[in-house]
Design a protein around this ligand. Structure first.
Ligand code: ADP
Ligand code: MG
Length: 574
């Protein structure tokens, strides 16, 4: 291990030399209060910034044992430290010190969710932050003076304020940890209460704006209040007794006038598969981890997906039990999205009329008269939603303000009025029963069996033209995988670019499990089990602090959207 004097001397020696001289910085340095580990040095000031770690002894850091006494607490404690580290970078790093990324000191920035991340580790012996530094350039050369300021003034301040309990708020840390633990406790209780989701009374659901996932200003928001009939009470380990709306398993319709908060409620519920930070407003909006939001995405490619429960008898005799297209329509894409979620084991589907193909959702009585069933390939979701629940146990929560036909098939109807929910199940049923001329059901009673698909390893190529592996994700909804770009714009439940990046690497890991017999579900489950057992670090090609935990559904969604994908369809399984 090298000393701080070695570092100082080295920076002095290379001052003004070509930028490549920084390469010699790699290694470990003993600072008074921590160890600095320079893992990778960038090749030029414009390249991806250098990867650096800082390790503080556990006793010195003094993180309370209680804050990490189980997995969920420990994930939340790491999340807390990462946020603090990020904040301190903004306070203490001067930033711009020349060309390119010169002067940058930053760590992966968490948003509203508390996710497991590779950015921070609290191990038995030390606390380790993995972050990024843009080593400073003057012209094309090393700026030793700026580098010295970064390593000897800025970084020590950041570390001092972010990783030592004496400078952190213990009560904030505990609140963070307890908030996550309570949410997790709600989630594990949902099954026993026969619920898909729980929306706590007093929750603040609307977001600050379409591009800001933080909460809407409190003075401008109506806080959530459950209708009496759907209210459940829970006792949480930290917060104690709470109440809120339980969305029962089965079929739940969210209706109401336009702009009355329907989509906002559904968005909060779909996001409830993740835990949220204190102050987010959705700390007590919690959803079963098997819930998948689906929508229409015309233009996506589909590879041998069985969409026959929804679509049959296509023009030109196209087979819908093994449906492939490079350019799906609204309805076929949504049918594929549904079937692919079921294939991976979704136990609840969420859909919003705003983003659904209306012809997949509904065919009303007038249309049934004008266009006979024989001439309509689509069996609408309304005729599938009950068999899906009764036969397969898959619940549906559907936002539908534009058609009352669903009243007949819904178990519960919630009406949003002025952002507040009312239980209108009884009224909706009366309306449906009073209708003298209802639409006819068009589906069979059986939903049918799901067909697995075995992905073919040879259809995945992580290499660029030059044969080098290239996997990257710099945007939330886009993965560059070799020469392929995977568009995940419609995948609502990826919430963090670091998840997207991890999914990119996870695809690469998944290839090694593909043997033309294992189903996509099996492959995805194997990758997720690896991450459960070994954490996120082994996914990356090198140790890097910008990976975050993702779900198997989103990994599968990425693979399904890869335009080069080839699969072998397997025999149906019931
Ligand atoms: P809908 O889907 O019923 O048409 P939205 O959910 O899109 O309505 O909400 C319409 C607008 O109202 C959005 O700008 C949203 O942020 C805002 N909004 C939703 N819920 C609330 C609430 N509880 N308090 C204040 N504003 C809200
Ligand atoms: Mg809406």
């Amino acid at each position: 291990m090298k000393s701080t004097i070695d570092l100082r001397n080295y920076l002095q020696r290379i001052d003004g030399k070509g930028y490549k001289a920084y390469k010699g910085l790699s290694g470990r340095y003993e600072f008074p209060k921590y160890m600095l580990l320079v893992d990778h040095v960038q090749g030029d000031p414009f390249a991806a910034p250098s990867r650096v770690r800082v390790r503080v002894k556990r006793e010195a850091s003094n993180i309370p044992r209680d804050a990490i006494r189980n997995k969920i607490r420990s994930v939340a404690a790491c999340d807390f430290l990462t946020r603090e580290f990020h904040r301190q970078c903004r306070v203490h790093a001067r930033g711009n010190r020349g060309t390119g990324k010169s002067g940058l000191i930053t760590i992966d920035k968490p948003l509203q969710e508390i996710l497991e991340r590779s950015a921070m580790v609290i191990g038995p012996a030390f606390v380790e932050a993995r972050f990024f530094m843009g080593l400073p350039a003057r012209g094309r050369g090393v700026s030793g003076k700026d580098a010295r300021a970064m390593f000897f003034e800025e970084l020590p301040r950041i570390v001092e304020h972010a990783l030592f309990m004496e400078n952190l708020s213990a009560s904030d840390l505990i609140r963070h940890v307890e908030t996550a633990e309570d949410a997790e406790c709600v989630r594990s209780g949902l099954v026993g209460m026969n619920l898909v989701s729980f929306v706590g009374d007093g929750s603040l659901l609307p977001r600050a704006s379409g591009i800001d996932p933080g909460p809407l200003e409190k003075s401008r928001a109506s806080l959530f209040q459950s209708p009496e009939s759907l209210r459940v009470e829970l006792v949480l380990p930290n917060r104690g007794k709470v109440s809120g709306m339980g969305i029962p398993r089965g079929i739940t319709l969210i209706v109401g006038g336009g702009y009355h908060g329907k989509s906002t409620l559904l968005n909060a519920i779909e996001n409830g598969v993740y835990n949220h930070i204190p102050g987010d407003g959705r700390e007590l909006v919690v959803t079963t981890s098997g819930a998948v939001k689906v929508r229409a995405t015309d233009g996506r490619s589909v590879e041998q997906t069985d969409i026959s429960p929804f679509i049959d008898n296509l023009p030109m005799g196209q087979d819908t039990r093994s449906f492939s297209t490079r350019n799906a329509s609204g309805s076929t894409s949504q049918a594929a999205n549904i079937m692919e979620a079921l294939e991976i084991g979704a136990d609840a589907l969420f859909m919003d009329e705003d983003t659904s193909a209306s012809n997949l959702m509904i065919r009303d009585v007038n249309m049934q008269r004008l266009v006979a069933k024989e001439n309509e390939p689509i069996t609408p979701f309304i005729d599938r939603v009950r068999p899906l629940f009764i036969e397969k146990g898959v619940s549906t929560v559907l936002v539908m303000g534009g058609s009352g036909d669903y009243f007949r098939v819904a178990d519960h109807v919630v009406r949003m009025a002025d952002y507040l929910p009312m239980d209108v199940t009884r009224e909706a049923r009366q309306v449906a029963n009073a209708c003298k001329d209802p639409r006819q059901s068009e589906g069979e009673d059986r939903f049918g069996d799901f067909r697995g698909r075995a992905p073919i390893a040879g259809s995945f190529n992580p290499c660029r033209f030059n044969g080098k592996i290239k996997i990257k994700a710099d945007r939330l909804h886009e993965i560059v995988f070799g020469q392929t770009v995977i568009d995940m714009t419609d995948v609502a439940q990826v919430v963090d670019t670091s998840q997207t990046r991890a999914i990119g690497y996870a695809i690469y890991r998944a290839i090694q499990y593909m043997d033309s017999n294992r189903s996509l579900k099996e492959v995805v489950d194997m990758v997720c089990a690896d991450v459960d057992n070994d954490g996120l670090d082994p996914l990356g090609p090198y140790l890097t602090g910008d990976l975050a935990r993702f779900r198997g559904f989103e990994l599968a969604a990425a693979i399904n959207r890869m335009r080069t994908l080839k699969v072998r369809q397997l025999d149906p399984v019931s």
